[in-house]
Design a protein around this ligand. Sequence first.
Ligand SMILES: *Cc1c(COP(=O)(O)O)cnc(C)c1O
Length: 430
Amino acid sequence: MNNTNQDLFNQAKIHIAGGVNSPVRAFAGVGGVPVFISRAKGSKIYDTNGGEYVDYVGSWGPMILGHSHPHIIEAVKKAADDGLSFGAPTPFETTIADKICELIPSIDMIRMTSSGTEATMSAIRLARGYTGRDKIVKFEGCYHGHSDSLLVKAGSGMLDIGEPTSKGIPIDFAKHTITLPYNNKQALIDCFEKFSNELACVIVEPIAGNMNMIIPSQEFHDTLRKLCSDTGTVLIFDEVMTGFRVNLGGAQACFGITPDLTTFGKIIGAGLPVGAFGGKKEIMSHIAPLGGVYQAGTLSGNPLAMRAGIAMFDLLTQDGFYEKLSTKVQYLTHNLEKLAKEAGIGFTTTQLGGMFGMYFTDNGLPQNFDDVNKCDTKKFAKFFHGMLKRGVYFAPSAFEVGFMSSEHSQEDLDFTLAMAKQVFTEMAQA
Ligand SMILES: *Cc1c(COP(=O)(O)O)cnc(C)c1O
């Protein structure tokens, strides 16, 4: 007899803080007990009791080829046979750097890290070192990993110094971070008017995927690019989530914007721990050993991760990959909206490439963090648990997005919709 999830969670909580190694996994946003996973294949994950779920989390983005893709697994097995880590350069690092620079024209040079957090943290240090300025700008509802400068929200006045969103972050650190409302052109103009030549960088999720999903206006991006250029402020696109997820050129290709630096993670490691930051040669040349900005990593450019990433690019660059992926996403979101409408439930969606957002609201598509916060999280929790019970695994939070993989079949999508129809009906009757 297998242990239940409750047993496993209780055991985990003895020696792991909160029973999880990353907070969102604890299901705090939806209540209940997390599902413990034993293995995954293609579009499905399997729990320790043999339960099967169509998975729309995909390890929070990396599994764009589905789980345990044979081409990736083969690359990782071969790499493992050759040794796990050397702490010395390998040609595989050059191959993946060449590949990313070829696919993303704004990137002349890149450096690999072991997580998205390290990538954004390093990009910010680089921007500060390059400009000789301290202040940085971020946006409400965007997430850039858990480094000190970035766990900051707006202060009481819009252009005041920030306040830490986590204990353990000195106010003195937070005061260098300005937080603006997302997708708001006037707030940008006001901020640059006040601080014009004091800003080291602006870091932005070019399409937000950590406050559910928001695609900002072209005008927002055009204004941001112009203000940064005019003031010598480094524009950092955090594409840890959107990179190779919305299309092959990232969100920057969608908006036709050339950022100064870009950060990556998630997909580029195909499920192994990886991040990267890169951009203009003029800026990247300030990193040690070329320049005076220190950045390093014992396992950075790890051969397993690099070879997994290279194998993944083989498949992502095949003709029509993203068209097929986004057709599936559109089929799912369009039909979910239709079913919700039939059941009389206020529900809307947005999507691009292989990611999508779902909102329980009667007020149309959210455009910023305030709008997202007005959505009905209780309804989301009901939907989430209704779907989970029926074998569909969405992210356990109303503030996260959904991810499609190339391995999701028409049958998976239709199964998901059939279950959603039941759940929406149940919700409408409650
Ligand atoms: C996931 C994420 C990060 C952090 O990456 P980790 O690998 O979890 O450290 C940073 N920025 C964005 C936009 C992300 O989605």
